[in-house]
Design a binder for this molecule. Structure first.
Ligand SMILES: [Zn+2]
Length: 281
């Protein structure tokens, strides 16, 4: 009875590799075969067509922070399993071992262009960068440290959305991070949000989309629901490039689209602008 045969299981997003390995790598943009060492030197951007490969939080720490140094905080917070979701903790344990990361976000203090910043970088390879209680708590604490130390906040986001396995508790993180950001605004501390491919759903609908300045990498898929879900819902074909970074730039949702190699330079310029104006930092 082939009618009831299960279709081949799709590879879950977190199983997909972020940083390509192997000696050679085929570019998803132009199909060119790239030498991995060369690609690495170029911060995982194809030098033929400019395609930005997905990379992890460690790479962004190296690319953006002075000397690639983050004084990481809250590395000891770990996911609880309040809903007793089948296999959740086992899965977290496996992903921790596989990625060497402790959660889908790394937070702490570093410097960019000589300016002290509170920094957070998400990682799509950790359960699709999903936001559960740990991600929400770490981001909230980073925001509160920025307020306390009166230093700017930089968050690099990439996420498939809320972490299903924590149910409503993961949705609560949206309100939690949002209200902490309202405090940051009251304290007149600048917040630069950097969006990577993809930044979606609960993360996009909370802290990622309320930066004072919102920067996106080229080609990033951004939004709440993905294009496939929207097409199925409205039963219409979406226009070419819908929900990609240039579309958002055109519609004013993103302030600027910046190539990876220019990212640090751009953030430094923005920090200089804010800090000169503000004077107190
Ligand atoms: Zn290419």
């Amino acid at each position: 009875m082939k009618w009831f045969k299960r279709r081949k299981k799709l590879q879950p997003p977190e199983e997909r590799k972020t940083v390509p390995d192997g000696l050679w790598q085929k570019c998803k943009g132009c199909g060119e075969i790239l030498y991995r060492k060369e690609l690495e030197r170029n911060d995982f951007v194809c030098n033929n067509c400019g395609y930005h490969f997905r990379i992890g939080s460690r790479e962004y720490i190296r690319i953006l922070l002075d000397d690639g140094k983050l004084i990481e905080q809250d590395t000891d917070i770990s996911a609880a399993d309040p809903l007793r979701f089948d296999g959740y903790l086992k899965k977290i344990k496996e992903i921790k071992e596989k990625t060497g990361l402790n959660e889908a976000v790394a937070t702490g203090e570093g410097k960019i262009g000589g300016f002290e910043v509170e920094f957070a970088a998400m990682d799509f390879s950790f359960v699709g960068g999903s936001m559960g209680s740990v991600v929400g708590e770490k981001v909230k604490r980073a925001i509160l440290r920025a307020i306390e130390k009166e230093i700017p906040l930089i968050i690099v986001s990439t996420s498939g959305g809320a972490r299903m396995q924590e149910g409503i508790l993961s949705l609560m993180q949206m309100a939690k991070t949002g209200s902490a950001l309202a405090e940051l605004e009251k304290a007149r501390i600048p917040y630069i949000s950097i969006l990577l491919d993809p930044t979606m759903a609960g993360v996009m609908a909370s802290f990622s989309s309320i930066g004072d300045i919102i920067i996106s990498e080229p080609g990033a898929l951004l939004g709440f629901a993905g294009p496939r879900v929207i097409e199925q819902t409205i039963k219409q074909k979406l226009p070419e490039g819908f929900q990609r970074a240039p579309f958002f730039l055109e519609h004013g949702f993103v302030d600027t689209v910046v190539e990876r190699k220019e990212l640090k330079n751009t953030v430094t310029k923005i920090l200089r602008f804010f800090l000169k104006k503000n004077g107190k930092m």
